[in-house]
Design a protein around this ligand. Structure first.
Ligand SMILES: Nc1ncnc2c1ncn2[C@@H]1O[C@H](COP(=O)(O)OP(=O)(O)OP(=O)(O)O)[C@@H](O)[C@H]1O
Length: 237
């Protein structure tokens, strides 16, 4: 089997000098795939994603992007390498307009990014309609689209989403998942953490169930949804 495009391989580590939160944890994603990380509260889902983005100490294990070992790079350096990361909160500038938020996303680019902006408006038409409005006036689901759009402005090679549907209604969640599927169809690998496990696994090419910082179950979304033990222990039967 060939190496996945992005892999956090057997990561063990925690925050600062604190205890290890991840134990030999592996997550990976390939182009055209949506990979989701699910699991109970406090399982270390966000921590595993943050570890691939360089936000904590990986004491053992490695992170590789396109075959290159990036374990020792800072998050900023990883952005330059092609990682787009959308944090769970504080992911937009509320007093700036939608368009200004997108422009901020292009901060590492020195070329003309107007085509990218048009692509993003194509993926998220509501953002085009509201491009001159302060982002803080948008609904929760629309703000999440701004946050994803902002990350896309760097033209990343992989997109990391930390609970993109947190705090939105089921209808808005479905809409966001539809948008995420569309982004994935452009070929961009997407790795995301989700609380809404059932719905997330339904759209997942690959799923990772983490328990206490460890890989508990790994498979396609379908496989995990059908797995008796996964269903009983954490999808509610
Ligand atoms: N910045 C941080 N510094 C220290 N410890 C942290 C930090 N962020 C998270 N933790 C700890 O790491 C553990 C795992 O948290 P994490 O947020 O990764 O879990 P999660 O599976 O994403 O949970 P949730 O679904 O509740 O968001 C928890 O014990 C948490 O207290």
């Amino acid at each position: 089997m060939s190496e996945p495009f992005l892999i956090g391989d057997a990561m063990t580590g925690g925050y600062g000098k604190g205890p290890d939160i991840l134990h030999d944890c592996t997550i990976a994603v390939n182009p055209g795939e949506i990979a989701v990380i699910v699991g109970p509260n406090g399982a270390g889902k966000s921590t595993a994603m943050k570890a691939t983005f360089g936000m904590l100490n990986v004491r053992s294990g490695a992170v590789r992007l396109g075959g290159e070992d990036i374990t020792n790079l800072t998050p900023q350096q990883r952005v330059v390498k092609g990682m787009g990361f959308v944090p769970q909160t504080s992911n937009i500038f509320t007093s700036m307009t939608v368009e200004e938020n997108l422009e901020m996303g292009a901060f590492i680019r020195t070329d003309d990014y107007s085509d990218t902006m048009e692509q993003i408006y194509g993926l998220f038409p509501i953002l085009k309609d509201k491009r001159n409005q302060p982002a803080g006036e948008l609904s929760g689901g629309q703000r999440q689209q701004v946050a994803v759009g902002r990350a896309l402005m760097t033209q990343p090679k992989v997109l990391l989403l930390d609970e993109p549907t947190a705090g939105v209604s089921p209808i808005v969640m479905d809409e966001l998942f539809d948008r995420i599927i569309e982004v994935s169809r452009t070929g961009l690998p997407i790795l995301m953490v989700e609380q809404n496990a059932k719905q997330a696994l339904e759209i997942a090419d690959k799923g990772y169930v983490l328990v206490q910082g460890r890989n508990a179950h790994t498979g396609t979304g379908k496989e995990l949804l059908a797995d008796e033990e996964v269903r009983k222990s954490f999808l509610g039967g």
